[in-house]
Every structure is written in structure tokens, then in C-alpha cells.
Design a protein around this ligand. Structure first.
Ligand code: HEM
Length: 137
């Protein structure tokens, strides 16, 4: 069902920008911004935030690399969504998470975060979050 959800241009934009994002302190900026926007969110995290930065980067890498073949990565994203439900993450939490992630990407990419790239990342996050949110059980 998710075949052809992303255009080849969107996939290429996300994959190329992701390489740069991974070499930056994007994930640190993201969590700092998230906790600034929603100070209560930090209570959800039981482990070390540095480890968490590494975990989300690894997961995103798998998903980004699998974008040409979404049906293969969807089960892993569904499992991730179920675990998030168990971490007490609620649907509305995905909005501020998106805001802080896009804020961090914009910070590290600067002028390279073109409107096309921004719209590709918006769509990518929304698809990911929708699959996660609809996989509660
Ligand atoms: C696209 C969205 C997201 C991705 C890709 C993502 C990714 C991850 C990954 C890979 C982990 C490591 C543990 C595991 O695999 O189960 C994790 C844990 C976690 N995530 Fe997310 N996440 C996302 C959205 C969110 C949102 C919206 C929140 C809530 C603000 C959140 C809160 C947490 C918490 C509380 C943990 C457990 C960490 C701990 O207790 O130390 N995540 N996330």
C-alpha cells in the first residue's frame, strides 16, 4: 500500500541530506529543542539522552536507506510505534517532535534546506509518524 508513496526525487533529496545530517549534531539539537518546547517530555525518557540520540540516528538510517522499498521497512516502523505506545508517547507528542526535528535539520543544513527538501522531510516525517501512531497494539 505504501509503494510509490515517495517520488524518486523525494527519496534522493532525503537520502542525500541525511548523510550530512548524520555528520552533524542534529540529534542533540533536536532533543534540546524538544525539551525546550515541552519540558515535561524529558520525563518520558528513562535512559541516557546521548544513547537515545544514537538510537534514533541508527533507526532513521535504516528507514532512510530503505525508502526505495517501503514495504520492507514498514514492519519495523510498526514495531517501533507499538513500543512508543508502551513508552507512554501519545499521538499529540508527535507534533512537537516533528517541529523540533525540522528545526534541527534546518539549523544544520542552513541554506541547503530548500523548500523542496523541507517538503520532502515534512512528508517523510508524517508518513513515519502516521505508521507509528496507527500501530498501538
Ligand atoms: C518519527 C518519530 C520517532 C522515531 C523515528 C523514534 C525513534 C526512537 C528509537 C529508535 C528509540 C529507541 C528504542 C526503541 O527502538 O524502541 C526511541 C525511544 C524512545 N522514544 Fe522515540 N522516536 C520517534 C518519536 C518519538 C516521540 C514523538 C516521542 C515523545 C516525545 C518519543 C519518545 C521516546 C521515548 C520516551 C523513548 C524511550 C527512551 C528511554 O526510555 O530511554 N519518540 N525512539
Amino acid at each position: 500500500m505504501l509503494e510509490n508513496i515517495f517520488t524518486p526525487e523525494e527519496i534522493s533529496l532525503i537520502q542525500t541530506s541525511f548523510l550530512k545530517i548524520c555528520e552533524s549534531d542534529c540529534w542533540e539539537i533536536h532533543y534540546n529543542r524538544l525539551f525546550e518546547l515541552d519540558p515535561d517530555a524529558i520525563k518520558l525518557f528513562k535512559g541516557d539522552i546521548k544513547d537515545q540520540q544514537h538510537r534514533i540516528m541508527t533507526m532513521m538510517k535504516t528507514v532512510v536507506e530503505g525508502l526505495n522499498n517501503p514495504q520492507i521497512i514498514i514492519p519495523a516502523v510498526q514495531e517501533l510505534g507499538k513500543r512508543h505506545y508502551e513508552y507512554n508517547v501519545r499521538e499529540e507528542d508527535y507534533e512537537l517532535f516533528k517541529e523540533s526535528l525540522l528545526y534541527a535539520i534546518e539549523k544544520v543544513l542552513g541554506d541547503e534546506f530548500t523548500p523542496d527538501l523541507k517538503s520532502a522531510w515534512n512528508k517523510f516525517y508524517d508518513v513515519l509518524a502516521d505508521v507509528m501512531k496507527s500501530s498501538k497494539y
